[in-house]
Design a protein around this ligand. Structure first.
Ligand SMILES: Cc1ncc(COP(=O)(O)O)c(C=O)c1O
Length: 408
């Protein structure tokens, strides 16, 4: 039967303490015990339903975690204060000194920097590979490899990972497959395709209002318990805990994610088709010209489309900067990093979100200077937006004006 993540979210019914339609917020950092014995049992992990201290868990965080686990089809989940606060403990939990990670080379710059510059301090090494080539991935696996790491749709190049194929490799070599699904919530369900751990930066589409950072790790009860373990759990000990007030607000926003994703995808596809027809080098997984269009189609859940992320290449960083400034001036969106907002956001990844990646490596992976990454907003009238964007491109001679084209 088809997996329906939005139904799973809708079916979660939480009552507030006084019958409220939203769950009550637990506004406490610590919790009382009626007996000292229960406190002891809770420390030992043997007192279900008892709360101890809010770095460990809170009712509000558990509500949000449960909803995100339902969305991803995993047993449970642990929310964190940011996406990086989800990613780094997972890697630290699964890898110790001497271990090795095989990672996609096109991943979020912060994750790349962590694996490349920080994890080696703990003697955890990473091989960065072209994740779209399963033979290359397999060749990079060594006897020390513990983790395969990728993004379902990569930041910023929008490469698509063959999650089923990677899951088979993970099984063959007894590795854990970690998939960051930040760019494709609802559309792709990595755990259903064989991923062991699914991560999101909630900061993006899931929260959708660019008012907070947040993250989540979705996985088995056993793995989430390990992360939360008071003695050796990386989430518990590294301490990247989400605040309960935030968990409550992210949960409310999650309730509208399915509607927002449909609009982001509708607008993304419309602009991608127009830009491509205009002769701009356009990358969008919904375009048949995308090298992994069929793969994405084979993995996706019905209804939510190919997402709101697209890139165009306008030839040079100067042109990219001029275009972004002009689009912002004309109120078409914001020149800002991040994604998943109601308004379009654009940035040049080479000099921003992926600047952690050295220039020669950027070139090798196809991250060109003139690349602009768009997170397409929820614009009600995307035809009007397109017309205005096209006018900006004509003003800057990135595109010839239609009249010139007719005259020449
Ligand atoms: C794909 C992806 N994963 C993880 C992160 C990190 O999330 P956060 O900024 O919430 O720590 C980002 C941030 O841009 C991202 O784009």
């Amino acid at each position: 039967m088809a997996f329906k993540p939005a139904n799973n979210i809708q079916d979660l019914q939480y009552f507030g303490e006084f019958g409220g339609v939203n769950p009550s917020i637990s506004d406490s950092s610590t919790y009382t015990f009626l007996s000292a014995k229960t406190m002891f049992d809770t420390f030992e992990g043997n007192a279900d339903g008892c709360y101890l201290y809010s770095r460990h868990s809170t009712p509000s965080n558990l509500y949000l975690g449960e909803a995100l686990a339902a969305m991803e089809g995993t047993e449970t989940a642990n929310v964190s204060a940011s996406g990086m606060g989800a990613i780094t403990p997972v890697i630290m939990q699964l890898c110790g000194a001497g271990d090795h990670v095989v990672s996609s080379r096109t991943i979020y710059g912060g994750t790349y920097a962590f694996l490349k510059n920080f994890a080696p301090r703990f003697n955890v090494e990473t091989s960065f590979v072209d994740i779209t080539k399963l033979d290359v991935v397999e060749a990079a696996i060594t006897t020390n490899t513990k983790v395969l790491y990728c993004e379902s749709v990569s930041n910023p190049l929008l490469e698509v990972a063959d999650i089923k194929g990677l899951a088979q490799l993970a099984k063959k070599y007894n590795l854990k497959l970690i998939v960051d699904n930040t760019f494709s919530p609802l559309s792709i369900s990595p755990a259903k395709l064989g991923a062991d751990v699914v991560i999101h930066s909630l900061t993006k589409f899931i929260n959708g209002s660019s008012d907070t950072v947040g993250g989540v790790v979705c996985g088995t009860q056993e793995f989430i318990n390990d992360l939360r373990n008071v003695n050796d759990g990386a989430s518990m000990l590294l301490g990247s805990t989400m605040d309960s007030l935030r968990a409550a607000s992210v949960l409310k926003n999650l309730r509208t994610l399915h509607i927002r994703m449909q609009q982001h995808s509708k607008n993304g596809l419309y602009l991608a088709q127009k830009f491509q027809n205009d002769g701009l080098k356009t990358v969008y997984p919904g375009l048949p010209s995308h090298p992994s269009h069929e793969l994405f189609t084979s993995m996706m859940n019905e209804t939510y489309g190919f997402g709101g992320m697209l890139t165009i290449d306008v030839g040079s960083l100067d042109k990219a900067n001029a275009l972004m400034e002009l689009m912002q001036e004309r109120n078409l969106g914001y020149l800002a990093v991040s994604l998943g907002f109601y308004k379009t956001l654009f940035s040049a990844p080479g000099s921003s979100t992926s600047s952690e990646i050295p220039e020669d490596e950027q070139k090798e992976m196809g991250l060109s200077d003139g690349l602009i990454r768009f997170s397409i907003g929820l614009d009600a009238d995307i035809e009007r937006t397109y017309t205005m964007m096209r006018e900006c491109m004509e003003t800057l001679n990135i595109l010839n004006s239609k009249e010139d084209a007719v005259l020449s």
